[in-house]
Ligand binder design. Structure first.
Ligand code: SF4
Ligand code: SF4
Length: 186
């Protein structure tokens, strides 16, 4: 390699270094668009779609608007909502008696304690408040069908951006207890 080539190579290397420093410097002085979590957090985003949660009644925030129609549970493609209503106990059936197991082999499907959707108009809303309402978020695909199909707008997506856990059990939610906690009367 000649002296001229050596100088040319050194100049190219120096130029490359300057270009890199310019890009780094530009990024360094720009306004940060991320935060150093968990030391800092950002406000929850209104458009964020977290796990579903129950919506309380206007006159009683700790009581869900839910009328236990089972539409959400029966329509959930991931089979991850379960609820019960005292009004339905005498005629309770498993979901498998209503919706056949598509593969005929899933024991979890057959054992899911979903109830038959009651006929239209059965039970006053106040009597059809669910006694239990659980979500297994481990299997939820956030498809939104439950929120979309609820006839009384008793479901919505939470805005819990900072959801983290170490076990599956931490993602199995008692949504009634959650609602009561949000209403401050748990
Ligand atoms: S968002 Fe979809 S998958 Fe999740 S609970 Fe609702 S219906 Fe089921
Ligand atoms: S669809 Fe709405 S009203 Fe019906 S059981 Fe689900 S949450 Fe309750």
């Amino acid at each position: 390699m000649t002296m001229f080539q050596e100088i040319r190579k050194a100049i190219q290397g120096l130029w490359s270094l300057l270009v890199g420093l310019k890009i780094t410097g530009h990024a360094f002085f720009q306004k940060q668009s991320t935060v150093h979590y968990p030391r800092k957090t950002v406000p929850n985003l209104a458009t964020y779609r977290g796990h579903i949660e129950l919506v309380g009644r206007e006159d009683a925030p700790g009581t869900p608007k839910c009328i236990s129609c089972y539409k959400c549970a029966v329509g959930c493609p991931s089979n991850c909502i379960s609820l019960s209503c005292p009004e339905d106990q005498p005629s309770a059936k498993t979901r498998a008696q209503v919706v056949p197991d598509p593969l005929g082999q899933d024991p979890a499907f057959r054992l899911t304690p979903f109830k038959v959707p009651p006929p239209e108009g059965v039970g006053a809303p106040s009597k059809r408040t669910p006694a239990t309402f659980h979500l297994d978020y481990n299997y939820c695909s956030l498809c939104g069908l439950c929120v979309q199909n609820c006839p009384v707008d008793s479901l919505r997506f939470s805005e819990d951006v900072y959801l983290a856990g170490f076990t599956k059990q931490e993602f199995e939610y008692d949504l009634l207890t959650r609602l009561r906690g949000q209403a401050g009367n748990s």
